[in-house]
Design a protein around this ligand. Structure first.
Ligand code: TNX
Length: 513
């Protein structure tokens, strides 16, 4: 195989041709039709990083140029998705990237970036690529709550997933162990909630538990958030913010005890697992969370707003007089119904802002799901199938295949400490996001899939990269091609070449041994 063909994900159609296009300092990037200057500048940055050339971006017709042509406007479809189709034609005398939207152009630019990295010097091989993704939701999830990552690290990860033509990053911004997003109206969320007094040493299952004595904290100011929102926007990556509720809220309750069910002082949690502390459902608490979501929607322009909903232990609700009184008043007989009621309150705020609620598959329990809600199926495929039956869209994120916090190779004892489980590269590659049990007429509800990087055992960017790569490369291809178009042997050969680019970018990918 020619190295330049070693693209990941593999394009739908690739036709080889003779010869090369040579880039020189005189090569221009020409904007044609609706192509925006910022797309040209993005391409120029990548060319500079890879080949050291500083290319000028211009709208003046020029011979021997790299032409970016956008043939239409960036209109979203009914689900808020943009067309990502593109064509990339390299001839000896000209390079042309054509797409109906800037989203397609952004994907074309990443393919060009991969082509360039596979050559010696500033050269592109002559080729014609006609390409578009199979799925519209191609994501990764980063947990910045259990361990915090800086703006620069979030940006770096955005750029790395962009390289693989993913189109979204889900940010798990809050959890029991830390609240990581500044909310102007409620400053204690970060003043108190972002700082835990200590952190568990070793694995959650180990007894007795041992802790360090090091306060651990960090959060994004709203200016920080605007920085990575802009960074992602330029690459046409949509950020999906998650505020996890009504469980996984210990850090918020530590900051504002009136949100909780107990009359006690608590701190953000120092170990992993699931906290029993849960939001009460007083009107003031519902309103508090709606205010939080309003600020989050101000910051994150994307269509999808995630409210978690997972693993909400209901013991405190069962034991609280005021919660029980409230259930009676609402005519609810079971705590699961109360959770469904609560999620629906959040859905009202989110839909009132023209956005779409996303939640983990527990939002299916206890009552009527908001009709427009998107369900993330994590406890296997079951939740996804059920949601699609109801007519809701789903994102498949099953722990069986796309939990990148699981070990990726055996013997696991020789791997850095992880939560458990085993999802090898081949296992990820074999994943098919459309459950076979789903009737044909419901398949369009599967928007796609995403990989989860829960960060209990991911304390650093180096470790995050180790867990993400190369498995994210496999997932990128799973989401780009139909199952019958995928071939693991072929993928592994391309990966061997692609690793040189990851190495050049200093990515701490796990080596294949
Ligand atoms: C379950 S997946 C969780 C997370 C943990 C993860 C560890 C989900 C919706 N909730 O809180 O980090 O397991 O694998």
């Amino acid at each position: 195989m020619n190295d330049y063909l070693a693209l990941i994900p593999r394009p739908q159609q690739l036709i080889e041709a003779e010869g090369v296009f040579n880039l020189t300092a005189a090569t221009r990037i020409v904007l044609d039709n609706h192509a925006e200057a910022e797309m040209g500048e993005l391409l120029a940055e990548y060319v500079h990083a890879a080949a050291g050339l500083q290319l000028e971006v211009t709208s003046a017709e020029t011979a021997g140029a790299i032409v970016l042509e956008q043939t239409g406007r960036d209109e979203p479809d009914a689900n808020g998705f943009r067309d990502e189709h593109y064509e990339l034609v390299v001839e000896k005398t000209q390079v042309r990237l054509t797409a109906p939207t800037s989203y397609g152009l952004a994907r074309a630019i990443q393919t060009l970036r991969q082509l360039l990295a596979r050559q010696e010097g500033a050269v592109l091989p002559c080729v014609r690529i006609i390409d578009e993704p199979r799925f519209r939701w191609r994501g990764m999830m980063m947990d910045v709550a259990r361990h915090f990552f800086t703006v620069e690290e979030v940006c770096r990860f955005i750029d790395l997933i962009a390289l693989h033509r993913f189109n979204r990053l889900h940010l798990h911004l809050t959890d029991d162990q830390g609240w990581r997003v500044e909310i102007r109206r409620y400053p204690k969320l970060t003043e108190v909630g972002s700082l835990r007094p200590c952190t568990l040493i070793g694995h959650e299952g180990k007894r007795p538990r041992e802790y360090d004595s090091q306060p651990y904290g960090g959060f994004f100011t709203q200016d920080d958030i605007r920085r990575f929102v802009e960074y992602a926007r330029r690459r046409r990556i949509e950020l999906v913010p998650e505020i996890d509720m009504p469980g996984h809220m210990q850090a918020a309750i530590a900051a504002y005890p009136e949100l909780g069910c107990l009359d006690a002082t608590i701190r953000p949690r120092c170990h992993w697992g699931i906290s029993q502390h849960i939001l009460n459902v007083e009107p003031a608490t519902v309103q508090f969370m709606q205010h939080v979501l309003e600020e989050v929607m101000e910051l994150f322009p994307g269509r999808y707003i995630h409210v978690g909903g997972d693993e909400a232990l209901k013991y405190e609700w069962a034991e609280s007089r005021s919660v029980q009184a409230r259930m009676l008043k609402l005519g609810l007989s079971h705590e699961d119904q109360l959770q469904a009621w609560f999620i629906n309150q959040m859905a009202e705020t989110i839909t009132a802002h023209g956005r779409t609620l996303v939640g983990w598959d527990e939002i299916l329990e206890g009552g009527k799901l908001p009709p427009s809600a998107v369900v993330m199926s994590w406890r296997g495929e079951k939740g996804g199938i059920e949601a699609a039956h109801h007519g809701n869209d789903v994102v498949m994120a099953p722990g069986s295949h796309v939990y990148f916090d699981h070990y990726q190779a055996e013997p696991t004892a020789e791997e850095p400490l992880a939560i458990g489980g085993l999802s090898t590269l081949g296992h990820v590659y074999s994943y098919e996001p459309i459950p076979s049990a789903l009737p044909a007429e419901e398949r369009h509800h599967v928007l796609g899939s995403q990989g989860q990087l829960w960060a209990e055992y991911i304390p650093s960017m180096k470790q995050l990269e180790y867990m993400a790569f190369p498995r994210a490369c496999a997932l990128a291809e799973v989401l780009w091609l139909r199952k019958e178009e995928r071939n693991f042997g072929d993928f592994r050969q391309r990966l061997a070449v692609h690793r040189r680019q990851l190495d050049a970018l200093n990515v701490n990918a796990r080596p294949c041994r």
